[in-house]
Design a protein around this ligand. Sequence first.
Ligand code: PEP
Length: 259
Amino acid sequence: PAGRTPLIAGNWKMNLDHQQATVLVQKLDWTLKDKKHDHGETEVAVLPPYTDLRSVQTLIDGDKLPLKLGAQDLSPHDAGAYTGDVSGVFLAKLGCAYVLVGHSERREVHGETDEIVNSKVQAAIRNGLTPILCVGEPLEVRTEGRQVEHIVAQLTADLAGVRAEDVAKLVVAYEPIWAIGTGEVATPDDAQEACGALRNTVAELYSGDVADQVRFLYGGSVKSGNVASIMARDDVDGALVGGASLDAGEFAAICRYKA
Ligand code: PEP
């Protein structure tokens, strides 16, 4: 859409150990090669657990695989007394291009506020990582019809103090919480409404030119059978895929949504 390269990113969540990870990545690569997938046309990224990153990076580097690598979270800090946390410095050194920030499971399970999410966006940018910033409304907000207001407020708070040149490179994922892992997918109209409103917000906060460069993804029960109709909408530039990214064949089929 409008010169933006579509991105399909697989969020494995807390699934697959480092041995299973290399098996999945090899299968995914073979399947995409078999179908002559053009990674310049549709970018493909995998976001495994931290403990898998080194194995997957070794495979990607050693075999020169065209897949992009990313992590599922990062610390707002670069180093120091933060037991259990992982720094963006380390992720960048491991060849990560992307890092999820503010996934709803982090916001809900770990109590991440927009202030924390904002500091993680800044940490990612500082370390040359592209944040995949996640926003999305819970069911009760959708039921009240306040979804746009909700995600616009999240995006505005999460981008506080971020410079225009960094926002232009950003990826933002609209993930309605009621659609994550539930099998209940948003309609293409829902996805377009949200991604369009988020793009308008970037245009108001920065400029139309910056907004045109940001890639907006939809996430929430994306499958090979529903991805094409969502991707057909003007402001949807890709998909963030959870459950279906754990099956190499299914994920490859999602990446091949144009075929
Ligand atoms: C996700 O984890 O970001 C996600 C969208 O999950 P699922 O595809 O399983 O709904």
